[in-house]
Design a protein around this ligand. Structure first.
Ligand code: LLP
Length: 431
């Protein structure tokens, strides 16, 4: 099995965290997102632990909630001592509604609106990561109107190639995010902060990309950023107290994926930062990390019901399911690889190679191609694994398909944390 929390019971049914997936599909209908709370909590703890052990707790792990945002996930990560990263007014609202303390929220976004910034300042969000000069000017104006001083960080492009899919790379110079280092733009942004009386520059941020297996680019980003902090000290006499190194550690989607434990990756980054600080005689900054996928990705799976199997001789076999790109657009967007299995015959050998097709009116609506699978028939339950990150959060109502429910498993028991959308929900804003 892909992860240790997946087992097969005596009826041959797939179980997640001790809950029978076939029963879940019957009780909650399909498509259904299922998440295992123990896996989420353990991921939070492994990050938290390394921060305590390798860096004396001088930092904060902020869950990047773009990976999966709803009230319950903020409650869980908060209980585990994490803060959160939000990237829109909607995520900010959800986090605050769930009781996430504002000071533990980091607000990102390369194109935040004036209204979003006003909202964040009004709520006293702990850190706003500014992405361009216009944002700094807007923020200063908003802060002045509200009579506040706003803590900001600057998003920097450190010029690092992260060895991942181009669409999820963000640290290179040709990226819409942040201020480039090599052009001098980032240094200019630091200077600009000094001209705004209602802004307090806390530090720098970078995020080099997502689903990265290799530690080297992360550690290099840490070194580059500390060197830049030293340059700021030398040129401007400013010692910045904080450094946020973003998210990005990859997870295991298919058997061949072999990611290093997240704790080890963070440990390596912390060492790179410490060494560079020591070499430059720079005070060790308060460190922030923003993992998203690696907190929730492996905890989730999606259950579908097989609607039909269509074999085109000498071409391929389509297994058609009752969901698709509306609940998981990642194959359509990035050709992401997934593992699937028949949840009601989970121990049977995978003797077929299939394409899983969704129900949307679009040929590209696939969950995957060339996927090994048990021989299935209409009515079988299909499980697609490791769908906890960037699935629900990127889902849509394309073709007016209602979004599936999300259930959370704890101690073998399921509870609904997001209700299935109804047809009434689909028309609720139609006039
Ligand atoms: N911090 C910042 C500023 C980010 O932009 C991101 C992800 C993260 C943290 C969290 O990265 P993670 O630990 O989850 O890799 N939709 C794509 C992924 C986009 C990631 C965007 N930014 C996917 O489905 O693969």
């Amino acid at each position: 099995m892909l992860t240790p929390n997946l087992t097969v019971n005596e009826q041959g049914h797939l179980c997640v965290g001790g809950a029978d997936c076939v029963q879940l599909a019957q009780q909650y209908q399909t498509p259904l997102y299922v998440m295992d709370e123990a896996v989420i909590r353990e991921s939070c703890r492994s990050y938290h632990r390394v921060m305590e052990e390798a860096y004396h707790g001088n930092g904060m792990i902020c869950y990047a909630s773009k990976a999966f945002s709803c009230k319950e996930i903020y409650r869980i990560v908060r209980e585990e001592g994490l803060g959160t990263d939000v990237v829109s007014g909607g995520e900010l609202y959800t986090a605050l509604q769930a009781g996430m303390p504002a000071e533990k929220i980091v607000f990102h976004g390369n194109s935040k609106t004036y209204a979003e910034l006003e909202y964040a300042v009004r709520e006293d969000v702990g850190r706003i990561v500014a992405d361009h000069l216009t944002e700094l000017a807007m923020l200063n104006e908003i802060a002045a109107v509200q009579g506040k001083t706003v803590s900001v960080m600057l998003r920097v492009k450190p010029g690092i190639d992260a060895h991942t899919h181009d669409f999820v790379q963000t640290g290179k110079i040709d990226s819409k995010f942040g201020f480039a280092l090599e052009t001098g733009e980032a240094l200019e942004a630091v200077k600009a902060c000094g001209t705004y009386s209602n802004l307090k520059l806390l530090g720098l941020h970078c995020h080099i990309g997502s689903q990265i297996f290799d530690t080297a680019p992360f550690a290099e980003a840490g070194r580059v950023m500390v060197r830049f902090m030293q340059q700021i000290r030398a040129d401007l006499g400013i010692v910045l107290p904080e450094l946020n190194l973003g998210g990005g550690p990859g997870i295991k989607y298919v058997q061949n994926d072999d990611p290093r434990p997240f704790g080890e990756i963070v440990n390596d980054i912390i060492w790179a930062v410490r060494e560079t600080c020591a070499a430059l005689d720079y005070p060790q900054p308060y460190l922030l990390f923003e993992p998203g996928r690696s907190i929730v990705g492996a905890s989730g799976l999606t259950l579908y019901r097989v609607a039909a199997v269509k074999t085109i001789p000498n071409v391929r076999t389509y297994v058609l399911v009752d969901g698709g790109m509306c609940d998981n657009p990642r194959y359509a967007l990035y050709q992401s690889q997934y593992e699937a299995l028949c949840a009601n015959h989970a121990a049977a050998p995978k003797d077929a190679v299939v394409t899983i097709g969704g129900k949307c009116c679009e040929s590209g609506d696939l969950i995957g191609e060339h996927m090994p699978l048990q021989t299935v028939v209409a009515g079988d339950i299909l499980a697609v694994l490791a769908t906890g990150a960037y699935n629900y959060s990127m889902s849509s109502n394309y073709n007016r398909n209602p979004r599936p429910a999300v259930v959370m498993i704890r101690d073998g028991e399921a509870r609904e944390i997001i209700r299935r959308e109804s047809y009434e929900d689909i028309v609720r804003n139609d006039l």
